[in-house]
Design a protein around this ligand. Structure first.
Ligand code: PMP
Length: 465
């Protein structure tokens, strides 16, 4: 413990490290382990780099948890926030509206898949999912055909991650994060995710005939009268370890939902805003969901904001007189915050002005070529890439795919090694996650891969000594 009286008013960086350990409780962190290790206090950012209080420079290889889009400290976004602050920093959307929230809603409807026409704001990915859940549930409760009111359940996928609030955890399929809370949760149905490296159906990738989809088909058909919605992370399950779905999977899920009269909720919190190489992942398979959740990259990584988009059909089911109880009873103090909406508008302007999406293809190919070398490393079992989302799965034995014992904390060791070499990464178990900032230059992308490669090599060679 530290004596606060003794900390000088002009706190130096050493003291901030102590204060961090003394007062903060970090997310998803075993604090005993955290307090034993060196902690890094970030002071500023510039482009693709973060700088700590001691002036050390780090390449931000995870886009500050998948949110930074064009880079840190972009003057256009800073300026948009600054000039909005001179107008008004917050006013409520309860009974009032504001300028940037209105403009942004129009933009979001314009750029998202066809059919999505209404925007409901909140402030994190988890809340955008909660809102979609409640909207889907209430939508069916308000159907004139009373038989439809039995549609109250949700179907999701093994390994799913949709946030940390109780509703979004109820959709989750990651035992490590979710199983403890089971007594607090509602039950959702689970279909096997297309995790081709470790196929849940025991098949070989490419020769499986979409066996996992058959199981999805069976579940959705058997339960269609009880199902409100299917919730999916389109193209890539992020937190499960960058599980990339084979082409056609998302489209097939959309088709089955339509056939079975079940809503489709696309959680684009992680994959939205260019991550997979298109502005939204759904575009790549020509899919229009009934509800779509956006957060993370929506403000380019500057301020917390989220949006749930709905079709006109869903919106209209909520129209009526106040006394009919069709109102959507949901909202947050900071819903539609003007500063965050102004940042989001500036973020979208950069996408268009700089033709960011068009410029991504060359970088994605560069990453793909660079990643080919990783297969040669003895403990790299699988390398998965979809656009700017990369997962490198470390295994004890490549032939049998046997994982390392979790207590060895291999993923964690590699990221500490990378940090010593000036790159910030983050593991998900023994999957190393690389989420480059879309604005990274070719040489920064090369540095990211090079340091990751060397760090894996260094940690593995220590293991065998
Ligand atoms: N959905 C997905 C697919 C996510 O990856 C995440 C966060 N990683 C969330 C929801 C939750 O977002 P937030 O952390 O902003 O609540």
């Amino acid at each position: 413990s530290i004596d606060l009286e003794k900390i000088p008013a002009n706190t130096g960086c050493e003291d901030l490290q102590e204060l961090d350990k003394r007062y903060l409780w970090h997310p998803f962190t075993q604090m005993r382990e955290y307090c034993r290790e060196d902690n890094l206090i970030i002071e500023r950012g510039e482009g693709s780099y973060l700088f700590d209080t001691q002036g050390r420079k780090y390449l931000d290889g995870i886009s500050s948890l998948w949110v930074t889009v064009h880079g840190h400290n972009r003057k256009e976004i800073n300026e948009a926030i600054r000039s909005q602050a001179e107008q008004v920093s917050h006013s409520t959307l309860l009974g009032l509206s504001n300028v940037p929230a209105t403009r942004l809603a129009k933009e979001l409807v314009r750029i998202t898949p066809e059919g999505l026409s209404r925007v409901f704001y909140s402030d994190s990915g988890a809340t955008s999912v909660e809102i979609a859940l409640k909207m889907a549930f209430q939508y069916w409760q308000q159907q004139p055909d009373t038989r439809k009111r039995g549609k109250q359940r949700f179907l999701t996928f093994s390994g799913a991650y949709h946030g940390d609030t109780i509703g979004s955890v109820s959709l989750g399929g990651m035992d490590l994060f979710h199983s403890l809370y089971r007594p607090l949760l509602f039950q959702s149905l689970k279909a096997p995710a297309p995790y081709c490296y470790r196929c849940p159906m025991g098949r070989e990738a490419g020769e499986c005939g979409f066996a996992c989809l058959e199981e999805f088909d069976r579940l959705i058909s058997a339960h269609k009268d009880e199902l409100a919605a299917v919730v999916i992370e389109p193209l890539v399950q992020g937190a499960a370890g960058i599980i990339t779905a084979p082409p056609g999977y998302l489209r097939a899920v959309r088709e089955r939902c339509t056939e079975c009269d079940v809503l489709l909720i696309a959680d684009e919190v992680a994959v939205g805003f260019g991550r997979t190489g298109s502005l939204f992942a759904c575009e790549q398979e020509g899919v229009s969901p009934d509800l779509m959740c956006l957060a993370k990259g929506i403000t380019g990584g500057y301020l917390p904001l989220a949006a749930t988009l709905a079709t006109e059909k869903i919106y209209e089911a909520f129209l009526g007189e106040y006394s009919e109880y069709k109102t959507f009873f949901h909202g947050h103090s900071y819903t539609g915050n003007p500063l965050a909406c102004a940042a989001a508008l500036a973020n979208l302007e950069i996408f268009e002005r700089d033709c960011v999406i068009e410029g991504l293809q060359g970088k994605i190919e560069r990453l793909r070529q660079g990643l080919e070398h990783f297969h040669a490393l003895p403990h790299v079992g699988d390398v998965r890439q979809r656009g700017f989302m990369i997962g490198i799965e470390l295994v004890k034995d490549k032939a049998t795919k046997e994982p390392f014992a979790p207590a060895l904390r291999m993923g964690h060791r590699v990221i500490l090694e990378a940090r010593r070499r000036g790159v910030i990464l983050r593991p998900l178990g023994d999957v190393l996650v690389l989420m480059p900032i879309l604005g990274m230059s070719d040489s920064e992308l090369d540095q990211l891969l090079q340091v990751t490669y060397e760090s894996i090599g260094a940690v593995m060679s220590e293991m065998t000594v």
